[in-house]
Design a protein around this ligand. Sequence first.
Ligand code: G3P
Length: 190
Amino acid sequence: MAIPRQLPNAITIVRILCAPVFLWMLLADGGADGALRWWAAVLFIVAIATDGIDGYLARKHDIVTDLGKLLDPIADKVLTGFAFIGLSILGELPWWITIIVLIREIGITVYRFMVVSDHVLAAAWMGKLKTLAQGLALSFALLPLWTLVGDWIFWVNGVLMTIAVILTIASGIDYIVTEMRAARAKRRDA
Ligand SMILES: O=P(O)(O)OC[C@H](O)CO
């Protein structure tokens, strides 16, 4: 069955629009573990889940566009970036973690735009794994599961966040090394 060509990019744009609504819900009553906090977490989880859907639809129906390749990582970064910032504002995540993540995410995005006239730097598998790890870690950090299962869940959250931060740094380095190798090969062939 054919789908509208704009559908994958429309899903990506909806993901971006969800981010400010999610942040408002998270911060509205000071991050307290009431209904708004649960709804904020659910909205984040639904929005981040669409990350797989837009790319899958575009590939399945062979309607992958350069705009989609650029927009998809930006949508992920806006959503996860807002979540990192929100958790740090609430004092639930150290600011240094949020700052490291933002430096990597903004750095790769700026680089993507710098090289766009030469080539489109599409998301690499490690970047996709990083987004998955961030999504999982942030979902656990946002859901007030401690109210249901007790404080041991903070230990799980810590492990998930550590994995996400390591993958964030490693995938950033992976892009740099891959791009440097490609540039060197191009110079050699010229
Ligand atoms: O690591 P990036 O910047 O390529 O982003 C990866 C995307 O979020 C994957 O959907």
